[in-house]
Write a protein that binds this ligand. Structure first.
Ligand SMILES: [Zn+2]
Length: 153
């Protein structure tokens, strides 16, 4: 795929930092390498199509058809790659990275809702990173729940 190296690097770093799950971090690292070197990948606007060495085609977004995913829905690099491409395109659409001011505003808003913290100045760096993690987990759950729903239909 024709991706800008620097942008992909930034998106990968963000995704990597957003999880402390070692398996996901490994999947993300592998996904970036594949995105940069594997010619048998195509994003159709919804899912990432990956031709595997065994000749199967995987359609990855929230779910996948590979062995790793079938065995207990383990993080596989196909799903990680699909997510990276999504984030890459999002970043591209919004011009570039979300301005820090907007990102902080989202965190403050979430902190108000989840922790009842009214004054943003009361937020410590620890609070902010906790809220970010919660938001990320919630997003992941939403993505997975949606994928399961689609799969069940
Ligand atoms: Zn997979």
């Amino acid at each position: 795929m024709d991706l800008d190296h620097e942008k992909l690097e930034r998106v990968t770093q963000e995704a990597f930092n957003a999880t402390d799950n070692l398996r996901w971090q490994m999947a993300i690292t592998k996904a970036k390498l594949e995105l940069e070197s594997n010619p048998y990948m195509h994003f159709d606007g919804h899912a990432l199509l990956v031709l595997s060495p065994s000749g199967e085609i995987y359609t990855a977004n929230g779910t996948c058809q590979c062995k790793a995913y079938r065995h207990g829905q383990q993080p596989c690099w196909h799903r990680a790659a699909a997510r990276l491409v999504e984030r890459y395109l999002e970043a591209q659409q919004s011009g570039d990275a979300i301005p820090l001011r907007d990102a902080l505003e989202s965190v403050r808003c979430a902190a108000r809702i989840m922790h009842g913290i009214e004054d943003a100045n009361e937020l410590s760096l620890g609070d902010i990173s906790r809220v970010c993690r919660l938001l990320f987990d919630a997003e992941q759950q939403l993505v997975e729940a949606t994928a399961e729903e689609v799969a069940a239909q």
